[in-house]
Design a protein around this ligand. Sequence first.
Ligand code: NIG
Ligand code: FE
Length: 419
Amino acid sequence: GYIVYMLRLITHIKCLVGTRNTSTVLRGAALRELPCVEDAFLLLDDERIAAYGLMKDIDKQELSNPTVIDARGAFVLPAWCDSHTHLVFAASREEEFVDKIRGMSYEAIAAKGGGILNSARKLQEMPEEQLFEQSLQRLYELIRLGTGAIEIKSGYGLSVQGELKMLRVIKKLKAVSPIPIKATFLGAHTYPLVYRNDHQGYIDLMIHDMLPEIAKERLADYIDVFCEEGFFSPAETITICKAGMMAGLKPKIHANQLHLSGGVQVGVQLGALSVDHLETMDADAIKALAASNTIGTLLPTAAFFLRMPFQPARQLIDAGCAIALASDYNPGSSPSGNMNLVVSMSCIQMKLSPEEAINAATMNGAYAMELGDRLGSITVGKKANLIFTKPIPSLAYLPYAFGSNLVDRVMINGEWIEK
Ligand code: NIG
Ligand code: FE
């Protein structure tokens, strides 16, 4: 047999963004720097980046008849790496949104069956096929907005059948998705009503009935726990994560969202891949995170939607923490998976520089999904998952013009995604 090489030469790129070859997560000075090549070309070999450089240095003679794509002066960026979402859910919750506008408290909403339990009830009723179809539509909406890798959690099942149904849907999404997907088991999202006064009973159910089946069917890559007052305590979080680790799942923890939950320290102690949210931080939690290899994943659209103070991003960065940005896409606290908005909001409200925000939403997001060697930057050998912008005057214009969709075209594995 013979191999047909599919070479594509992308010409007239105004600015090729994120050209780097690092093998570690970015923090400090490295996080501030976003290497770029102006007036660039990019050469793709099948689905991978083969070369890049200055337009004036293209030597077409050396290339065997590449297909030429004119980028028409676009900025070209690595696609977003969204390392924290709850994209699989049965129904939106805009009634609760309106209740909150009218002044109803989170507790009152929960008392009338709202919140995570509301989502769990609706998920219970929905057939797996329908859940898959609507999740696939959401996934494609995000790909068209520039997302090129994504993590998706369970956690709206809260029963053996419900959690397995969610994870099987995520597994089916993995099989058909053009972008990489990582699956996270979040059985410990909240205590289901029947176990409200029997925490050990639910923990036993997760450990003895859910995790073995998850391991057997290879349904998850990671384990997550909502470590929060009124949800799972630090001790419960440790027990559940350790059981997950025994089943081969690395922890990624919901930590310090509403209170100083201790979740950050627990995550660091367990060697978690990431601790996520971090709206509520103190000096101890920041110090523990900075001294660790655990990534701090900031979810600014969740803080925005819940009218919480934003994450103390500057303090975290200045202390030396490795931070990533993610959407937290879910029906209760972030009904948007638009990473362009996440990047804007972190510049506007948390004072990240555009360069820091783009690094955190690409390279560090990739590391928070263990995809740093394959995605997150313009590097020879990495996958061609790319955003082509509309005409923009500068890179800072991207987060600045927060209400415009500046993504013109998206390329995944070297192929255009239909608009
Ligand atoms: O990440 N904090 C916990 N879980 C979600 C919200 C869940 C929901 O309200 O449905 C979050 O914000
Ligand atoms: Fe979340």
